[in-house]
Design a protein around this ligand. Sequence first.
Ligand code: SF4
Length: 312
Amino acid sequence: MSDEPAASPLSPLQQKTLALLRRTAEPVVFDTAFVASLRAEVDEAFEGFAERLGDETVFMSKHRISSVLGCEVQHLHDDTFAWSPAIAGGQVAHRAIQLLINWRGDPVPADVVDEAIARLASDDTSLGEWIAGLTDADLSDLRGFATDKLIKFQECFPPLDRRAAPTTESSVRWPIDGPIVLSGKVDLTIGRPTGAESRKVIIDLKTGWVSQKHREDLRFYALVETLRSQVPPRKLASYYLDAGDPVVEDVTERVLLSASRRMLDAVHAEIELRVEGREPVKRPGTSCRWCPLAGECTEGTAYLTGVSDDGF
Ligand code: SF4
């Protein structure tokens, strides 16, 4: 008999996650000619962009892409970032999940969160400074929020086998140099390519409601992963922890092409706006709800009034 403690049986939620994310018997292998042509298309477009950029540089993250393709006036507005309990709570939860995945044994979630907060507070970052200035009551709220997310993560995900190469907060970046950089930090990846076989699953952990933007964000990560490693991931998942539900998408050639065109459109718009001086276009939409310009913006006010008149 083994001295190892017996593994707990998986809950229905964990079984559902496993079923949605696990590999099928049929290996996923992309056509290498397709991957080479995707990369050649991006290389060629970047060369053209570099000529327009002069000495300027463009840094593209998932947030910048959706921002520049949304309302351009809001995108260009100089909005100073400030930490809030909700944003900081998400960061603490992600750090705690990162610790949990690599922790040996069966740790108490609140202890893992305490460790995450201690580590973040000692970092020489704006978040570290923000946490260090919290009162005991604010810290208690932060701890409560992050512990809730960590427990939900444990409820939703089966224990991740180290052989499946799980990584958290993994930075991706491409290319290595040049005036345009695509960059991101992936919440969770499971698996890694074996030869040309796609095995990696890219997962974003979400706490709010479902949004098309989340799917586009993951497609961007799939594109960067493909450009850097030349082996696309096989699956993408936005995991909504509060609802216990993943929205899963298989990576296909169509998905990668659409991510590439969206990214190139975003770089083109960024250069037009920031380098070539094109006038920004207002695009009223959901982002008017939290836009700092909403009070003085006729289009935004009309949009918000229309939305509330309709009862949505
Ligand atoms: S209120 Fe809406 S339309 Fe106006 S600037 Fe902000 S996001 Fe754009």
